[in-house]
Write a protein of this length. Structure first.
Length: 278
């Protein structure tokens, strides 16, 4: 037990979030087993920590607007969310801080739950449905769409597909959620869209604008110094070795825009990391 706690303390923020989700999943299914043995009607964890669409039930369980984001309905539901969280989360913390990742996770969960609750009490097609929301998908969408908004032309290499830009993947995922609302799991798709909206607008509002005043939310949402956009001159000039630190950064960013982050050597990655901390 002590070794597990030690591993958790030394883990990165992405691994910690995954550990919390896995722990919640195991507890949920342990409760299922106990419920079966003692002939209990409901799983107590789902009963008290999944998010109900009914306003009266939600009023006595307001914490569920966050707690649902750590529960999952099955193994493959958990597995798919954690795989995406691992890869996208690791990329996210390459550009932003661990605290910002947690903020996007929690606020993405919150706004996903908010859109879910609003939709089930506003749209006639959903008002008569009894629904409970679980899953980290809204949080993962907030992280992914925030990253895609900040680095739209960053390319991910997908097996059997090749390199795909983040904005293309984001458009595909959002399109799938929109068209699948009538096909089932409407609450899940709406929560994804709520998380995505948070990710998009938070980066658009705060990611590339200098702030004149320091506000309370800045400690959660203030981004690292945005990477400078590089505009390439059409006039061909002789290549010179970078003479200043800024020229080196511009050269590295140009390389990222062409070939992606993985094309950098260790020295270039270290320089970019040091520049991001300034």
């Amino acid at each position: 037990m002590n070794k597990l706690l030690e591993k958790y303390r030394n883990a990165g923020i992405v691994e910690k979030l995954i550990s919390l989700n896995v722990t919640a999943f195991l507890l949920t299914y342990l409760t299922n087993t106990l419920g079966y043995l003692f002939i209990a009607d409901n799983n107590l964890i789902f009963e008290w920590f999944s998010m109900p669409a009914n306003l009266n039930r939600f009023a006595v369980r307001p914490w569920t607007i966050l707690s649902y984001g750590f529960l999952h309905g099955g193994f493959f539901h958990l597995l798919s969310n954690m795989i995406v969280l691992y890869y996208i989360g690791e990329l996210f913390v390459s550009y932003f801080s661990a605290r910002q990742l947690v903020s996007f996770y929690l606020y993405g969960t919150f706004f996903g739950g908010l859109l879910y609750l609003f939709s089930y009490n506003f749209f006639p097609a959903l008002q008569e449905q009894d629904s409970n929301l679980v899953g980290a998908s809204a949080a993962v969408m907030a992280i992914f769409i925030g990253l895609a908004t900040y680095l739209p032309n960053y390319e991910l290499r997908l097996r059997f597909v090749g390199y795909v830009k983040l904005w293309v993947l984001a458009a595909i995922f959002l399109g799938i959620d929109l068209i699948q609302i009538p096909s089932g799991n409407a609450g899940g798709h709406l929560a994804h869209l709520g998380g995505a909206l948070f990710g998009y607008f938070s980066v658009r509002q705060l990611g590339n604008k200098p702030r004149k005043t320091k506000r309370t939310t800045d400690k959660w949402f203030s981004f690292k110094k945005p990477l400078k956009t590089v505009y390439r001159s059409k006039v061909k000039t002789k290549k010179k070795p970078p003479a200043t630190n800024q020229e080196q950064i511009d050269h590295i960013l140009d390389k990222i825009s062409k070939s992606g982050y993985d094309s950098l050597n260790q020295q270039e990655k270290d320089l970019l990391f040091r520049q991001g901390k300034k």
